[in-house]
Each structure stands twice: as structure tokens, then as C-alpha cells.
Ligand binder design. Structure first.
Ligand SMILES: Nc1ncnc2c1ncn2[C@@H]1O[C@H](COP(=O)(O)OP(=O)(O)OP(=O)(O)O)[C@@H](O)[C@H]1O
Length: 128
């Protein structure tokens, strides 16, 4: 634990770390088409949630999980490419497992979206 907790110095350090974290998000947004798709899918899901008056928490959590795991997947890919530019069975396991985590979260996020927003969208469509 830092001795400077609560001091202006630690706030400055926290802001600096937040700046690095934001730079990481921006770099992945620029380089990964999947992340861009997931960001805009999250914007759409959150807009629909607010418009339809659906519960926000499950949609927020599902979006946060998918986007966070995509960022971690990109981190794993970068580290694997750095340490194992040549094909290696363990590099394959690392990349495939990290990608699997994203796909698993995305699949369950779609199920959450369907179960929370589906009935409201259906009611809206069937009422005319
Ligand atoms: N160094 C490696 N050793 C063994 N297999 C690898 C290696 N690099 C990639 N692969 C295999 O090729 C697949 C695709 O890898 P790649 O680096 O192109 O990532 P990707 O899944 O296409 O992601 P992105 O398109 O976002 O970069 C991996 O999931 C893995 O199965």
C-alpha cells in the first residue's frame, strides 16, 4: 500500500495511470474491428434499455464483461506475438483460450439482452 494514499500526489499518479489505461482502450479500438463492433453493440443495447425502460444493471454488466474481456484478449495476443512470434502449441492455447473467453461472454451477453429486452421489444412490435 502506498504511503501517499489520499494525497494530491497519489491523485496525480492515479490520473496518470487512468491516462495510460485510456490510451490502451483507444489503441485496441483503432486496431481491433471486433472491439469496435462490440462498443457500438453496447451503445445500441444501452440506448434500447433506456428507451424501453428495461433494467439497466444486467445490460451494463454484460457490456462491461464483453468489452473488458476483449481488451484482455488483445493484451494476451500482443504478449504472445512478442514472446512467441514463431508458431508454438502453448501460444496457440493462450490465444485460443483468450478468444474463447470473449466468445463465451458475448454468447451469454446476447442471451441476457434477449431475455431482458426481447419481451419488451416483442410487446412494442405486437402492439403496433
Ligand atoms: N504464435 C502462434 N503459435 C501458434 N498458433 C498461433 C500463433 N499465433 C496465432 N496462432 C493461431 O492463429 C489464430 C489466429 O491468430 P491471430 O494472431 O491472427 O489472432 P486473431 O484471432 O485473428 O485475432 P485478431 O484478428 O484480432 O488479431 C490463433 O487463435 C491461434 O490459433
Amino acid at each position: 500500500m502506498s504511503k501517499n494514499v489520499g494525497s494530491p500526489l497519489s491523485l496525480r499518479r492515479w490520473l496518470k495511470s487512468a491516462g495510460y489505461a485510456w490510451a490502451g482502450v483507444q489503441a485496441v479500438y483503432r486496431s481491433e474491428a471486433n472491439f469496435r463492433i462490440e462498443v457500438w453493440a453496447a451503445v445500441l443495447a444501452l440506448t434500447l434499455t433506456l428507451v424501453l425502460g428495461a433494467p439497466l444493471a444486467p445490460i451494463l454488466l454484460a457490456c462491461a464483461l464483453v468489452l473488458s474481456l476483449e481488451l484482455l484478449n488483445s493484451a494476451v495476443e500482443a504478449v504472445v506475438d512478442l514472446v512467441s512470434p514463431q508458431p508454438h502449441p502453448l501460444a496457440k492455447v493462450a490465444k485460443d483460450a483468450a478468444a474463447g473467453a470473449v466468445y463465451m461472454a458475448a454468447l451469454f451477453a446476447v442471451l441476457v439482452g434477449l431475455s431482458v429486452l426481447g419481451p419488451r421489444l416483442w410487446a412494442l412490435v405486437s402492439d403496433g
